[in-house]
Design a protein. Structure first.
Length: 364
């Protein structure tokens, strides 16, 4: 049996939620899986459809990890042959006993923001103490590994395993037509699929697009997502006179999202660091690459694990609108984005889940 202890899990939406759901599904191909996850109002229907067992822990948020810890330790004491404990966050194993972690291989994932505490601070001390219990610490990128080492985590315990991706499913003709109607005859077709927060760098993208408008007046930029910066970005769009070129979509189905990625020429998410918040990886780049969509990412963060600069896309300074503009112009020259898109799709195949899950299994 594999035991997964997580604060983040579907049907809640987000990168970490998707990752933990994907891990549960992939581990279930190699044996029974028991997931301990936070309660969710819409979890019942989701949980019943899964090929693994999910136990939800509710109640007061502050006490959830103690309840979850008790349930995990009970299962571990009653069942022999538990192959591993997999945790989404150092806080998820913080209250699990050293004895349990010493007996069972324990893998704790790290992503970026949650370990980026000032060295010597209380949060940093707690994080290091919790991670000492892990057999291995799984970093989502080389960037996150280096960040962890700089915060005091022992390098020999860290293994880099990038998040995986499933092969793209065939999109129905109805949805393909719907996506085609959305983007119309615009050129170039640009897209971002992300939470609308400062560190995603979309403010600079919009400023760069004002200059691009002079060369490509018929471009379309689809921003798919929601978040605290939504109204600010919409206001900036109007102030720049780009309301006819930028389309905000808050929610779509997964199939329509994929269809829009398939219709797009270039994916943009030139992330920056916002305080402690950094882009540890960026699964959206992989999703775009699967559909032959060239990518523009940020120089800061883990995008360099996915984007091969000058080959599958460009890495830019997300705070420099000129850098983003130059990357867009280079991509459009002689349709370089098409060549990059083909290279991106080929490179994305190394991240297929069937390959990535075996890297976890080798550590157990």
């Amino acid at each position: 049996m594999f035991v997964i202890v997580t604060r983040n899990f579907p049907p809640s939406v987000g990168g970490m939620q998707s990752l933990m759901g994907d891990l549960a599904l992939n581990f279930s191909k190699y044996g029974p899986v028991k997931v301990f996850a936070d309660a969710d109002e819409e979890s019942d229907s989701f949980d019943k459809k899964q090929p693994y067992s999910v136990e939800r822990v509710g109640g007061i948020k502050l006490l959830q990890k103690y309840r979850k810890n008790n349930q995990v330790e009970l299962v571990c004491s009653r069942h022999k042959g538990i192959r591993a404990i997999i945790s989404d966050h150092w806080k998820s194993i913080e209250k699990i006993s050293h004895n349990i972690c010493a007996q069972i291989p324990t893998l704790c994932l790290i992503h970026g923001k949650e370990i980026n505490h000032t060295k010597g601070s209380l949060s940093n001390t707690r994080m290091l103490s919790s991670l000492k219990k892990a057999t291995y610490i799984i970093a989502n990128s080389e960037f996150t590994k280096k960040l962890a080492i700089s915060k005091g985590v022992k390098a020999d315990k860290i293994k880099v395993i990038n998040p995986g991706i499933f092969p793209s499913k065939k999109i129905s003709k109805k949805i393909i037509t719907k996506a085609a109607n959305i983007v119309g005859k615009s050129s170039p077709k640009l897209i971002s699929v992300t939470r609308l927060v400062k560190r995603k760098g979309l403010h600079s993208v919009i400023l760069a697009l004002k200059n691009l408008q002079a060369i490509y007046p018929n471009f379309l930029y689809v921003i798919l997502g929601s978040g605290e910066q939504a109204e600010q970005l919409k206001s900036l769009t109007n102030n720049m006179g780009l309301e006819n070129n930028i389309l905000f979509l808050e929610k779509t189905s997964i199939e329509l999202k994929n269809a829009l990625l398939n219709q797009s020429d270039i994916f943009l998410m030139p992330s920056i660091q916002d305080g402690a918040s950094v882009e540890g990886f960026g699964i959206s780049f992989l999703e775009a690459s699967m559909f032959k969509t060239a990518c523009i990412g940020g120089k800061i963060g883990g995008a360099s694990d996915i984007i091969k600069h000058g080959v599958t896309g460009f890495l830019c300074d997300g705070e420099d609108q000129g850098d983003i503009y130059d990357a867009l112009v280079k991509m459009m020259k002689k349709d370089l984005y098409k060549k990059m898109g083909v290279a991106a799709q080929a490179y994305s195949k190394k991240f297929i889940w069937n390959t990535q899950i075996k890297k976890y299994l080798k550590l157990i």
